[in-house]
Design a protein around this ligand. Sequence first.
Ligand code: ADP
Ligand code: MG
Length: 237
Amino acid sequence: EQDVSEYKKSLAIRVSGFDASRPIKTFEDCGFSVELMKAIAKQAYEKPTPIQCQALPIVLSGRDAIGIAKTGSGKTASFVLPMIVHIMDQPELGKEEGPIGVVCAPTRELAHQIYLEAKKFAKAHGIRVSAVYGGVSKLDQFKELKAGCEIVVATPGRLIDMIKMKALTMLRATYLVLDEADRMFDLGFEPQIRSIVGQIRPDRQTLLFSATMPRKVEKLAREILTDPVRITVGEVG
Ligand code: ADP
Ligand code: MG
């Protein structure tokens, strides 16, 4: 059982008022800021991919979601763009410590890719992104995290190391993404994932992406997501 009282209650958990009842057709439909639209245009993303059309309105509405779609379908932007909106929606940005958005990925290569994608959109609003994964000096990562960030993209093991070293706390985190959940399980990260999830306030928004949904991943999803919308695009296992 988690003691919710220790969490900062003033944070906005849900981005309110977005119509999640039907898919969007264009990025204009998402009501993004001028700055974010410019960053999207810079990527030469003409229109949202099928998973983005389905996922963006649901995630923007604040609901938990499970996204199942094959590699290369554009899943990253479907959680990164709403994460920027979620962060901009927080009152008194910068007065608390620790990331608001936490993304876990199975490997350092994947974490680095997500980090790069997140940075492209985060800089539109001066949001700071930190990457945390093995193979990089712990001291350098510690210093970077101490300087502060709103988004952390991490592999589970190294993120736990950093939490133990008190480089960051999860007290401000309200938006959690588990990307490639099936691969994280294959790599044996289930205990680390559970430990990280257990440190984030239970009324967070949680998103889980996976190419496949084996029984163990289904079980975790049932335990850590609240009334999730399931989005499946294409033929996937
Ligand atoms: P996934 O996580 O589903 O494997 P990614 O999010 O990594 O896929 O996206 C795959 C590629 O497609 C990336 O190079 C990304 O920049 C690009 N991409 C994402 N969204 C769009 C879009 N709406 N239009 C064009 N390219 C896109
Ligand atoms: Mg991906």
